[in-house]
Design a protein around this ligand. Structure first.
Ligand SMILES: *Cc1c(COP(=O)(O)O)cnc(C)c1O
Length: 404
């Protein structure tokens, strides 16, 4: 049975106060909190075996290399990649998307088409716009509906022989919508287009199986799933990773270097130039172990309870409008109350110890669709409670009374 009080014991930060009030942390879609086992892993690395990895002859280097490669295998297993070398460790989702976008520069030409969804984070829009500018390819958009759901009928009409790439998030960070990525991938493959799925917002709640999805690229950030910042993954099918040129030149990514000709290392090193975030990679593995020990089915079921409860409570507040009402969503609630500016609500909530995000959530096209400057976003994790939601709803009512 899922025991939230036991889980909360794992997170030291949940004991702190903010402005004299117990912290209520509802900004999980921006970054998650860190359990003690992951903190311990980081301390252990720097206390006991900090060294540069690969090719080191000495003991510390070998220990660090072993742990780093063990982490890669944990990540491979978690995402069910076929091979460990299909897991490229990156600095995060943004870095991973840029790697793929930059790699496609040599593979695209004028007349090629790319398809993006209306629900994307800026990091899954801007690198592709830059790619289009460089290659002459054009960008088409899958529109969204008032519920914050993708218009799949239009998607199917956008696909054609010129479509080379489709990219879409698995879950929208601004609205929580879970997108029908199975359908998106299958349809794109009928036209031989590659698909990149941004899993930054899905991976804290869902355990994706990249082989079952048959996805070409899947990217995510460790810091949203109980790991540290500055590390993430690019999963790529072997055939694609071999087709793409290296992203950066430097140490670690070469086979041989001479001034006449340099040859590149095999996967995954071809994409891992320079000293990586060694400690971060190892801690990413520890975070996945931790989340799996809690259990993704348990996490999803409990978070859904929080979502249903919070939605019911919030809907009682007069003038409150929720954006993103898909039947299929994660525990994210984006809302506004009347004409009150989201920032003003966020600032008062902070004084009451409650952390929410306000603004456009790096998804301005969604805000443009609704013709609003931004929203207040409360995003829940498996370590949050219904009692915290009660505290939040009372605080919100106070804020609204002050501001209305
Ligand atoms: C957080 C997020 C990103 C960006 O992740 P970084 O860790 O900042 O690189 C991209 N897409 C989605 C859907 C996100 O939630």
């Amino acid at each position: 049975m899922f025991n939230v009080n036991k889980v909360r014991e794992d997170f030291p930060i949940l004991k702190r106060e903010v402005h004299g009030k117990p912290l209520v942390y509802f900004d999980n879609a921006a970054t998650s909190q860190t359990p003690q086992v992951v903190i311990d892993t980081i301390v252990d690395y720097y206390s006991n075996y900090n060294a540069n990895i690969h090719r080191g002859v000495h003991t510390l280097s070998q220990e660090a290399t072993d742990k780093y490669e063990e982490a890669r295998i944990k990540i491979k297993r978690h995402f069910n990649a076929k091979e460990a070398y299909e897991i490229i460790l990156t600095s995060g989702t943004t870095h991973a998307i840029n790697m793929v976008a930059s790699g496609f520069e040599t593979l695209l030409s004028k007349g090629d088409e790319l398809i993006v969804s209306a629900l994307e984070h800026h990091s899954n829009i801007v690198p592709w716009q830059m790619l289009c500018e460089k290659t002459g390819a054009s960008l088409k958009v899958i529109p969204m509906t008032d519920e914050g759901v993708l218009d799949m009928e239009t998607y199917h009409k956008l696909l054609n022989e010129s479509t080379k790439l489709v990219f879409c998030n698995h879950v929208s960070n601004a609205l929580g919508t879970i997108n029908p990525i199975e359908e998106i991938i299958e349809a794109a493959h009928k036209f031989n287009a590659a698909v990149l799925i941004d899993g930054a917002q899905a991976t804290p709640h869902i355990k994706p199986d990249v082989q079952a999805l048959d996805v070409d690229f899947y990217v995510a950030s460790a810091h949203k799933l109980c790991g540290p910042t500055g590390v993430g993954l690019l999963y790529g099918k072997q055939e694609w990773l071999e087709k793409l040129p290296p992203y950066q030149g430097g140490g670690e990514m070469i086979a041989t270097v001479s001034f006449k000709k340099t040859t590149y290392a095999g996967l995954p090193h071809k994409f891992e130039a320079g000293t990586p975030n060694i400690c971060g990679g190892i801690a990413f593995g520890a975070a996945l172990d931790y989340m799996n020990s809690v259990g993704f089915n348990e996490i999803a079921a409990y978070e859904n309870e929080l979502l249903v409860y919070a939605t019911q409570q919030l809907e009682k507040i007069e003038g409150l409008k929720i954006y993103g009402t898909s039947a299929n969503k994660t525990a994210v609630i984006s809302f506004n109350v009347g004409a009150i500016h989201p920032y003003d609500i966020g600032a008062i909530l902070d004084k009451l110890g409650i952390a929410v995000r306000t603004g456009h959530h790096c998804a301005q096209p969604i805000m443009d669709y609704y013709q609003i400057p931004g929203t207040v976003r409360a995003s829940f994790s498996f370590y949050n409670t219904k009692e915290e939601i009660d505290v939040f709803v009372i605080a919100l009512q106070r804020a609204v009374a002050m501001l209305a």
